[in-house]
Design a protein around this ligand. Structure first.
Ligand code: UDP
Length: 319
């Protein structure tokens, strides 16, 4: 019998972590999940506790990781990632990003195993070039309200690069806006805000005039992308943009959500645009398509329908 592989997921109870856990268990991996529930929900871990291939450690990645067993691959997702949440305690966010990545890199070095580092489109800041290519250096305010996250992830990439030079097999994925089941409806991201506002009959809060754009990737496509990165035969640092290139204005997103929840009586309410909110964002997928042979399959409309139906089905837990 072939021995099952063990995947360590930091941030395993978050939105991406929960979906990745589900996917990997379905693919016959053992999953060791690690989280401190700072921005995630402990109920997400309860989904898996009866599975003998799942184990969980409550741990803060700012401290060295207490992982004694051998792991075959690591997915480093742990970090608050929604703007209102990562701005709540900027020093905590910075420390999580800067100390967490070092602790995880050291563990990958010890295990001699591949590591997927969850970087972000925020690397590009308020981008000057469009769509964003992996070769773009970004346009980031180093002292603004978003910088604890943006700069934290940028220095994370730098740590990854330097450990890669020392021989650690680290691979970097720059994750663009992603949505789907198990988003935390209270973390203030636009898709979960709009859907839950529409379902509750509350106004949809569009920031600014809603002219800013984003490109939203459905979670199953993102997981395919992350797995394509970790399964690359030989070590390949990347970085790889992982996102969907279907770009929409936030106002159009609000109108689409209202159309998909026809029973809703919600209207649109315009609020102030947050400081340093990027005006546009869309990944160039040329490199991902060429090297990973991956591209997203789920359209925004299809993904939103699935997400609306998830929140409706789980109304008691999430609303
Ligand atoms: N946004 C909005 N209403 C909300 C939440 C967010 O209009 O209730 C806007 C936000 O200003 C940004 C975009 O939606 O332009 C995406 O925001 P999110 O926080 O989801 O992620 P970001 O891409 O900014 O990291």
């Amino acid at each position: 019998m072939v021995e099952k592989k063990t995947a360590l997921i930091t941030g395993g109870s978050g939105f991406v972590g929960t979906n990745l856990t589900q996917r990997l268990l379905g693919l016959n991996y053992r999953v060791l999940s690690l989280d401190n529930f700072y921005s995630s929900d402990s109920e997400n871990t309860e989904l898996f506790t009866n599975n003998p291939d799942y184990s969980f450690i409550c741990h803060d990645v700012r401290r060295p990781l207490p992982v004694k067993e051998k792991v075959d691959m690591i997915f480093h997702l742990a970090c608050p990632a929604s703007p209102p949440v990562y701005q709540k305690d900027p020093l905590f966010t910075l420390e999580t990003a800067v100390l967490g990545v070092q602790n995880v890199l050291k563990l990958a070095q010890k295990n001699n195993c591949p590591l997927f580092f969850a970087s972000t489109s925020e690397i590009y800041g308020d981008p000057l070039s469009h769509p964003q290519k992996e070769t773009d250096w970004g346009h980031v305010n180093p002292i603004g309200p978003r910088s604890c996250y943006d700069e934290g992830k940028r220095i994370g990439e730098t740590f990854c690069r330097e450990y890669a030079r020392l021989g650690v097999d680290v691979r970097v994925g720059r994750i663009f806006n992603t949505y789907g089941p198990f988003m935390n409806p209270k973390d203030g991201r636009v898709v979960s805000n709009f859907i839950n506002q529409a379902l509750a009959g509350k106004p949809l809060t569009v920031y600014g005039k809603g002219e800013q754009t984003r490109s939203f990737c459905y979670i199953s496509d993102l997981l395919d992308g992350i797995l394509a990165v970790i399964n690359l035969g030989k070590s390949n640092f990347g970085p790889f943009n992982l996102g969907n290139s279907e770009e929409v204005t936030i106002l159009k997103l609000a109108k689409t959500v209202l159309r998909l929840v026809p029973e809703s009586k919600s209207k649109i309410k315009y609020l102030l645009l947050p400081i340093d909110d990027p005006r546009q964002r869309r990944p160039s997928l040329r490199k991902a398509v060429k090297v990973l042979r991956w591209r997203p399959k789920v359209s925004l409309e299809q993904g939103l329908e699935k997400t609306v139906s998830f929140f409706k089905k789980n109304e008691k837990r999430f609303l």
